[in-house]
Write a protein that binds this ligand. Structure first.
Ligand code: UTP
Length: 296
């Protein structure tokens, strides 16, 4: 019987330079899509997939994130007094049970691999998930749940994968596919941020992973890779000949909220998906497009 995946690591210690100056004082993960911070979408997805322990890898300046998951008794009391019960329920859904959430500090932004390695003592000898909150995925069945169901068949290591335009491969870890089984591929190589000429495919790894604990041991030995950072991709790639690596083509739409364009697109898409906002937003977008077309 395969061990259940109940722990997830959320690396949020990056500098968020693409969103400066906002990220000078606001952690990127607290930035808001409609009315919820990015991190809430990741937590909801993890919960739906059966995750019970949430491990955040944070850094200096991210304390807003810790406060976000705490109870806010004064605000709750005020909402109750004013009869704003719907807002109260929304607020309560953001509280995390004591002991379910842990924070580890990554003292230097040495890369995603290093951030995940910081969680090694809390993970121990279990398979675990890694979720990057700036990849927001809108899907009927949450992406991590799809992956956990697939992982229950395969074991090993699984990375979320999607086709990207050829000229964008240098932004991603790219899979070298051994066998394509449709929603799943087996992997014979992984390259971090290859140039268009060197990319073995256009199947890119995005921010959801299910990993074997051996990857943490590999991270002990991984040297700095592309961009002078300790790359998670390199430690996973070492398992191709070991516990095995699979790419999973999830069903859903991924928004790269670590980039400005992706964040704006997600804001529009999530706004249009909301019953209370969609009519006005659609009218507004329509009028903007008309003005835009007339100007051309
Ligand atoms: P990014 O590559 O998006 O980097 O990291 P970043 O620092 O967040 O943003 P930019 O590129 O400067 O704008 C991918 C994920 O890995 C985490 C980030 O917090 C993000 O969730 N990360 C990255 C760490 O936790 N530690 C690191 O040293 C690097």
């Amino acid at each position: 019987m395969r061990r259940k995946v109940t722990k997830a690591v959320f690396p949020v210690a990056g500098l968020g330079t693409r969103f400066l100056p906002a990220t000078k004082s606001v952690p990127k993960e607290i930035m808001t899509l409609v009315d919820r911070p990015l991190v809430q979408y990741a937590i909801d997805e993890a919960r739906a997939a059966g995750i019970k322990e949430f491990i955040f890898i944070t850094s200096r300046g991210k304390s807003a994130l810790e406060d976000y998951f705490d109870e806010s008794p004064i605000l709750e009391r005020e909402l109750r007094k004013k009869g704003k019960l719907e807002a109260l329920e929304d607020l309560k859904s953001t509280n995390m049970e004591s002991g379910a959430i842990a924070y580890m500090r990554q003292h230097k932004a040495l890369g995603l691999g290093h951030a995940v390695w910081c969680a090694r003592r809390l993970i121990g000898d279990e398979p675990f998930a890694v979720m990057l909150p700036d990849d927001v995925i809108s899907a009927e069945k949450p992406c991590l749940q799809q992956m956990i169901e697939a992982y229950e068949e395969t074991g090993g290591n699984m990375v979320a994968a999607m086709e990207v335009p050829r000229d964008k491969t240098s932004n991603y870890g790219i899979l070298d596919v051994k066998e394509d089984m449709g929603s799943m591929v087996s992997v014979k190589g992984m390259v971090e941020k290859p140039s268009v000429e060197d990319a073995p495919s256009n199947l890119a790894v995005i921010g959801r992973y299910i990993l074997h604990p051996q990857v943490l041991k590999n991270l002990n030995k991984v040297k700095t890779g592309a961009g002078g950072e300790i790359q998670l991709t390199d430690a996973i790639a070492q398992e191709i000949e070991g516990t095995g690596v699979y790419g999973y083509r999830f069903r859903g739409q991924r928004f790269d909220c670590g980039s400005k364009a992706g964040f704006l697109q997600a804001t529009v898409a999530f706004g249009l998906a909301r019953d209370d906002l969609k009519d006005d937003l659609r009218k507004f977008l329509h009028s903007v497009m008309q003005i835009d077309n007339a100007a051309e």
